[in-house]
Design a protein around this ligand. Sequence first.
Ligand code: HEC
Length: 102
Amino acid sequence: METNPAKKLTLVLMLLLCLPALAMTTEQEPADCAALLHSRCEMCHFNTRFCQKLGQKSKSAWKRTIKAMVGYGAKVTAEEQQMIQDCLAAPTPAVQDYCNAP
Ligand code: HEC
C-alpha cells in the first residue's frame, strides 16, 4: 500500500486553513447582537439613538430603555432583550463596527 506523507500533510494543512473560516462564519451568524439591533431597533428610529450611548449606560439602565421600547411597540423576546442589554452595556467589536459603519 502506498503511503504518501506529503499527501497527509497537505490534508492536515487544508483542515487547519479551514478553521478560521469556520470560526468567522459562526461569528457572523444572524443571531448576533449587531444583527439583532439592526432588525429590532431600527424600525422606529435610526441606530444613532442607541449608538450614541453605546457602552455608556449600565446594564440595568439599558434594561429600562429596552422595556420602554417594548412599551412603544418594539418586538423583542425576553431572550433578545437580555442579549441587547448585555451588548449595549459592554459592546463587542461587532457591535462597535455596526455602530461606526457609515
Ligand atoms: C416601536 C418603535 C420603537 C422601536 C422598535 C424601538 N424604539 Fe427606541 N424609541 C422609540 C421612540 C418613540 C423613542 C423616543 C422617545 C423619547 O425620546 O423619549 C425612542 C427613543 C430611544 C432612545 C433614546 C431615549 C432614551 O431613553 O435614551 C434609545 C436609546 C432607544 N430608543 C433605543 C432603542 C433600542 C435599543 C431598541 C431596540 C431594542 C429600540 N429603541 C427600538 C421607539 C422605538
